[in-house]
Write a protein that binds this ligand. Structure first.
Ligand code: PGA
Length: 251
């Protein structure tokens, strides 16, 4: 049985005060609830250190939303994996569709970041997913296959134990249009099949594949009850303690 993992991607939301408020509400809320999954929050860089302190005595784990693949140097505005570890991060989201579309990240860049994060002991949440145009154009599986094979080049079977995949159809992100449980399940099964081809059946059986794209408390249960959906990467609904808690307790 794979343990479910619910991660909240705060994106560019929440200053320091708002971070304190949200974590306080979230940890109080979760302390009263029974839940059977791992919970990760991924605040912006400026809130990571504070978040790390605030979640210390809770079950919440910490992740970042991005990092650079170099160790250090003249890369103005960038942050390294070692820096993220030093403020208490255990996870890092890599290859998010917003990084791909707005910041021009290629499969090659994402692969370098995945390798660096694993070398540094940070667990990547590796995002893949097709656009609406790609889905309607009939190339969805080609795109997913390219994301998976190129993103995971030179990653070992052992390293795959540390990695989470997040399937996020771009057309479902922030749109309120979620993939139906059947649509999501179909792609998750396809991704698990790709992992089996590359790394073998046991790796495929164990890998966590999250779904992301307009996950809300009212659709989480149905999505998360699909055979191959092992968790959720949540954007909008993780910005309020009530809705994020609602998703966590629906597991
Ligand atoms: P959303 O974002 O839940 O707001 O659709 C998900 C994501 O981008 O990870």
């Amino acid at each position: 049985m794979r343990r479910k993992v619910i991660a909240g991607n705060w994106k560019m939301h929440k200053d320091l005060n708002e971070t304190q408020n949200l974590i306080s509400k979230l940890s109080n809320g979760l302390a009263k609830e029974e839940f059977n999954c791992d919970v990760i929050i991924c605040p912006p860089y400026t809130s990571l250190s504070e978040a790390s302190t605030l979640i210390k005595d809770t079950k919440i784990k910490l992740g970042a939303q991005n990092m650079h693949f170099e160790d250090k140097g003249a890369f103005t505005g960038e942050v390294s994996s070692a820096m993220l570890k030093s403020v208490g991060c255990e996870y890092v989201i890599l290859g998010h569709s917003e990084r791909r579309a707005i910041f021009g990240e290629t499969d090659e860049i994402i692969n370098k970041k995945i390798k660096k994060s694993l070398d540094s002991g940070l667990k990547p949440i590796f995002c893949i997913g097709e656009t609406l145009q790609e889905r309607e154009g009939g190339v969805m599986k080609d795109v997913i296959k390219r994301h998976v094979t190129e993103g995971l080049q030179h990653i070992s079977k052992g390293e795959m134990e540390k990695l989470i995949i997040a399937y996020e159809p771009v057309w479902a992100i922030g749109t309120g249009v979620t993939a139906s449980p059947e649509q999501a399940q179909e792609v998750h099964l396809f991704v698990r099949g790709l992992i089996a081809e590359i790394f073998g059946g046991d790796t495929a059986e164990n890998i966590i594949i999250q779904y992301g794209g307009s996950v809300k408390p009212n659709n989480a249960k149905e999505l998360l009850s699909q055979n191959d959906i092992d968790g959720a990467l949540v954007g909008g609904a993780c910005l309020e303690a009530e809705s994020f808690t609602g998703i966590i307790t629906s597991v």
